[in-house]
Design a protein around this ligand. Structure first.
Ligand code: C5P
Length: 343
């Protein structure tokens, strides 16, 4: 991002006690046991999930990534990280999906702490507890969100005062969606998704029902299926340039016209996600039949996002979807919301 203050860095910082109250033993994964027991004061950071209201995909680049034109939208499903001083770097995952998330150096939050420490020439010695609510491998940038939160939290704990541009640089190196998780709100993403321009939108302007699927989809696999389908289609016809800005959607957001937003939703990865998991089409159809104004697969899926008029419609649609048994579970969420933020 290049404009405006980063909310996460201007928010007040609270020193919270380490929260041991939440998990059952089976819900915990720990890579290492820090000798000091990480009982000291810590930093808490809350970070939202995202959906893409527009995801247009261009050519595959020589580095393997695809050029994008996307509109990111942060939604009120949050992971919370508690970061405490320790004598080594360790990570612990808490929550129903803990067993699906690696608690080692492959976790993006671990890599975020390491890269921030390396940038400042210090040791990355913290214990990071990640309380997961963002669904895993679900197209909602859960891993990227945790990386953004680790950057903000470690920066505060180590008193580094890294500039906003410095944090964004590190975020960009970590993954395509991490810079957006740092920023939140609504933003156009270009390049591989990491180059952001903010888009105005009233806080929690849109209400969503998220239909969570059984299992996840691998993002590289969905992009590979997109390439396969595109190669077939290109052989048959010339495709228009997909990377024009989503003008209709931007106007609909500016006008707070939910019906127009619903009509302008677009995800080029949706056909690939549906072909890898055909049950997603039944979920999308069910949501629209049961009253959603708009529907799309979130990012690379398999979460389906349904746009509705307000909070009450969201609760009604969520319970109808649950009764129809077309997905594992549902969540109600509003967006846009803030990015990674101390709490
Ligand atoms: O950047 P990130 O690690 O989140 O990307 C995960 C994978 O998604 C990449 O390895 C790539 O296969 C695919 N991807 C892509 N083009 C993008 C973003 C992601 O092909 N713009």
């Amino acid at each position: 991002m290049t404009a405006g203050p980063l909310p996460s860095l201007t928010a007040s910082r609270s020193i919270a006690n380490y929260d041991r109250s939440v998990p059952r033993p089976t819900d915990r994964r720990r890579a290492t046991s820090p000798a000091n027991g990480y009982r000291g004061p810590g930093i808490k950071v809350r970070v939202p999930a995202k959906i893409n209201l527009h995801l247009a995909i261009g050519d595959r680049r020589p580095d393997g990534y695809h050029e994008l034109m996307t509109l990111f939208h942060s939604v009120s499903v949050y992971d919370t990280l508690t970061i405490t001083p320790a004598d080594r770097l360790s990570i612990e995952i808490v929550g129903d999906t803990a067993r699906d998330v690696p608690a080692d150096h492959t976790n993006l939050a671990w890599q975020a702490a390491s890269s921030l420490a390396e940038r400042h020439g210090i040791e990355p010695f913290v214990h990071i507890e990640i309380h997961k609510s963002i669904p895993v491998a679900a197209g909602m940038a859960g891993g990227s969100a945790d990386a953004a939160a680790a950057l903000v939290g470690c920066d505060a704990l180590w008193n580094l005062h890294t500039s906003r541009a410095g944090l964004t640089d590190l975020a960009t190196e970590l993954g395509s969606d991490v810079a957006f998780s740092l920023h939140g709100g609504n933003a156009i993403g270009t390049g591989r998704g990491e180059t952001l321009s903010p888009v105005l939108g009233a806080h929690e302007q849109l209400w969503w029902v998220l239909a969570l699927a059984d299992g996840g989809l691998s993002t590289p696999t969905v992009y590979a299926e997109f390439d396969r389908q595109k190669a077939e289609a290109d052989a048959a016809q010339n495709q228009p340039d997909p990377l024009a800005p989503p003008t209709e959607l931007l106007m609909a957001l500016r006008d707070e016209d939910v019906q127009a937003v619903a009509g302008a939703l677009r995800n080029d990865l949706q056909p690939a996600a549906v072909s890898l998991d055909p049950s997603l089409q039944s979920t999308l159809d069910a949501g629209l039949m049961l009253g959603a104004m708009g529907a799309l697969v979130s990012g690379s899926g398999p979460t389906c996002a349904f746009l509705v008029a307000n909070a009450e419609s969201a609760r009604t649609l969520a319970s109808r979807l649950t009764r129809e048994n077309v997905c594992r579970t549902t969540r109600v969420a509003a967006g846009p919301t803030h990015g990674a933020q101390l709490c």
